[in-house]
Design a protein around this ligand. Sequence first.
Ligand SMILES: O=C(O)CCC(=O)C(=O)O
Length: 336
Amino acid sequence: MMMNCLQGWPEPIVRVQSLSESGIRVIPERYVKGPSDRPLLYPAAAARGVEQIPVINLREMYAGDGSVQETAMGKISMACREWGFFQVVNHGIEPELMKRTREAWREFFHLPAEEKQRYANSPTTYEGYGSRLGVEKGAKLDWSDYFFLHYLPTTLRDHNKWPHLPSSCRELVGKYNEELVKLSEKLMKILSISLGLKEESLQEAFGGREQIGACMRVNFYPKCPQPDLTLGLSSHSDPGGLTLLLPDEDVSGLQVRRGHNWITVKPVPNAFIVNIGDQVQVIIDLCFIPCAFFHHLSGIVNSICVIHFLLRSTAVLLFILIYNIYSGGLLSTFSI
Ligand SMILES: O=C(O)CCC(=O)C(=O)O
């Protein structure tokens, strides 16, 4: 495996966006998932929007009203135990910053191919512009391109690997991740309390402020002529502590596994979708659901998702390991 990483990708990289823009009607075999891995685009009624992941209003935590706070805590605890997911609103991040960040990245993916190619990544660190996860030759691939970068610890941060264009991108990446680290820390405290632990417990388990790690991944899901045959991102659970997702508001692509169903998440305006990652599950001794599995559908329009991962800094390299063994099936940290 390591040999492969050092040698680079096992096959020439094809940008999914370029396939999509070429106007093909039939997707290459490489992207066609096996029958059991294909998405259910018309899931059973129970999964079709009747049931949704809980929405948490963070303002209720700070309303100064004990009973409102207690009810909100109970809702978070239920969301973690039963879903491993929730959406959070009134979280304190400026909607303008969220919108500008998403738009800057959309602009990045619409730059000329040569410009994006300057940031082409390799499986050694995965940092930069990529179109596949995993180094298994002949593996089935996902219908998406992405950009991955490190934010914390600062020793891993390399500004040269952050896009120069559009001109606002670097500043927005810095500001956005700074704000999301603060929000993740706030959520860690709330999760600790809702579990009946000391406020600082989860954060301390992550090594405190000095040892926190954070990465950003921006997924671009180009429109797909056969969305019933492939996935934008295959099923997995996240290896980190907390994942905060900022999807396109008018495209519902994220599906969360609930028993035997896949629930299509309907993004709430100006909300973040929060996922409880495997590291938190381990720290709290698996008292929540064993793994929160999710995948992203490919769709008939282009869409984007900006993702912020908070994890123990010593585990940042875990991402590289996980990405390298990724081969398009259900994957979680617990399986390595
Ligand atoms: O784009 C999404 O909806 C999910 C992203 C994700 O899970 C990831 O990039 O690890």
